[in-house]
Design a protein. Sequence first.
Lengths: 282, 195
Amino acid sequence: MVELEWRVGLDPKLPGSARPELHDTGKPARVCIQLHGLTTSTPPGDFTAIRERVSVIACTVSGNPKICLDLGRLVGGRPREKPLRGDRRTILTLEQDTGNKISRRAVIEGKQNIMLGGKSVVMAGVCLRGDLYRRPDKPAEGEKEGLTTAISIGRASVIATDCTIRPPMRLSRGHMTFYPMRIGDNVFIGPGTHVSSATISSHVHIGANCVLSPFCVIKESCKILPHTVIPPHMIIPPGSVVAGRPAQIVGEVGEGWGQGGPADGEEWVEGGDLRPLVRSIK
Amino acid sequence: MTSKPVTSKRLLSAPAAPAVKTPCHIHPSAIVADKAQITGAHAVEIGENAVIHPYAKIRAEGGKVVIGNNSMVYERAVVGVAEGGEQDVVIGEGVNIDTGAVIEAKNIGDGSTIEVNAIIGKGTVLGRYCKVASLERVEAGEELEDFMVVYSDGQRRIDKTMKDHPDIREAKRVGQEKSIELMRKMLPNAAAKWM
């Protein structure tokens, strides 16, 4: 008998973590999974974890065909036309490895609140504060607790040594609360930086020893030079080069930043696809 | 970071059991995280409602460390002088010490904020409601007046807003209290480990 346990998140020992999200096109798509006649449709951004063991009756996907393929892999081959038959105890284990590389010397608090997209690297000495998450205000319906994500990191992102990633905190409706933090794909965070931003979009390159104060927003394809201090709530427009304390926009990344293959001897290029870098980190 | 199993797996990140038990006076309402590191032979006094985050390092090696009421020490901050320097470190009330800061000051006045990765040298005295911005340094022996702001690679100025408006100071105090209330909910208290 076979059972589907669909888990997303940071647990390198457990096979079968998966993340059905469109990273390449950036367009949202809906994923519909039919479970015992109930439909769970969630936009991919919110798709965090389904912890209960349920049987998959049918998988249908609307939207981008890429998701269809991912799900096809997840349920073990092809998208199924006919529903899988089985009772509640059937298990279909996903044998997919997410490819996340997390150093043993990384210091991770609250790992159940941390989502890592596939093929991301967390190097030694990194401190991830997943224990500081936003508590949902209303009590959960029934016995299920709301899914709390403190930190969500995209695919092929690299967090270099001794960084600290901590969700930002501010006053909201009379109480201090932590807000969830989103880091996009192909983000390189240099060694020793302190990251407390609200969001970091994709293809950003952050230099060493930077400080990203709470609630700053970094848009796509930015380059943050080393030793920058970005003040709180600063919004950095896409494609800018930022430096200084306090940070100022000192330039723009050119048209072809991130594109064009790496130079001889290098395996990856700043702002581009970081997968070669991820592969080269043992 | 290899895939081969290594015998000393987690020893590097978890603190080794200290040879000497630090004499700590931790107020019952203070919150000290389990992974906080308190070392050294001298006394450590943690005041009412103080919060010590995981991986914060309080080293009472060169002298005692006093953390005032309502103060918060974030992760990876280092408070206290190393072995050899004979100096106490006294942190006032409502002081916020952000991630990675290294505090070797003699005294930090009430209501001060030391931001991320700042370095406060030995023997310095910071006044009340001071603010040291991220990555800044305060050199050894310096004295900062009340309401002084250290920013932008070594520049100093006086924060007139804080100085002239007591209601702003009050707002800061209230904000600090709310942060502490939040930390009480988020961090499990393991103060009993050191008492």
